[in-house]
Design a protein around this ligand. Sequence first.
Ligand code: NAP
Length: 243
Amino acid sequence: MTALITGAAKGIGRAIAIALAKDGFTVAVHYRTSEDTAKDTVGQIRAAGGTAECFCADVAQPEQVTELVKAVEQQLGAIHTLVCNAGILKSNLLALTRFEDWREVMAANLDSAFLLTKAVSRGMARQRAGRIIYISSDAGLLGDLMRAAYSASKAGLLGLNKTAARELASSRITVNAIAPGIITTDMTADIPDTRRAKQLAAIPMGRFGTPEEVAAAVRFLASDAAAWITGQTISVDGGLCMK
Ligand code: NAP
């Protein structure tokens, strides 16, 4: 079975790619600019006995998404699991956020998931099997200071999640979201110390998370054990957001 993971060269995406490969998935490691690290992810998977290939695309661009899905299906076969993980973060006060920055975040984080879902759902429906998993964020549930575009894009994923889950259920495709809290990756590397200390204080478990802890939840949602779970959002956040 093939899994396509976007933004899988590093961070959370890389951990997801490695975890799904361990479960026997043939993994499409997608990247946009991080070619060397994407190749390294593929190398790690192969060294552990798994199967993986790299694919390059800007998932904010409709034509590139179409080409990406076509290339994965041609080279690795029908896509069983799609993980929409690629995303960007831009921080600024709402009043100072430029429209171009708002659009860039929406395109990378939300347009991409819409485009990818459309592109894979026909093939999954033909197989009468599929898993779509969106990597949202606690910011989409709670909002976050200086992150209007990011929070709105991640909240948008949750609306898409529920609609896609309802529409695709009859084709035996499940659609779920994961809302990570603060995970130690490049995306969170330059958070100022004062903000970092406040964030840490708000987490009941008293620490930031790891990419592998997010990957563990993806692994479950992609498995047979999660066949009757759809339209849900699972927070992986040390208790930051309790619903
Ligand atoms: P990361 O290390 O910065 O990885 C994000 C990846 O997204 C990058 O590898 C990048 O690919 C890819 N990407 C961004 N825009 C793209 C585009 N237009 N087309 C194709 N690929 C694109 O960040 P991360 O922390 O692992 O984040 C992964 C996901 O988890 C993101 O959606 C993020 O919002 C979400 N998340 C992270 C945290 C956290 O605390 N870290 C918390 C909640 C949610 P290239 O490097 O190849 O350009």
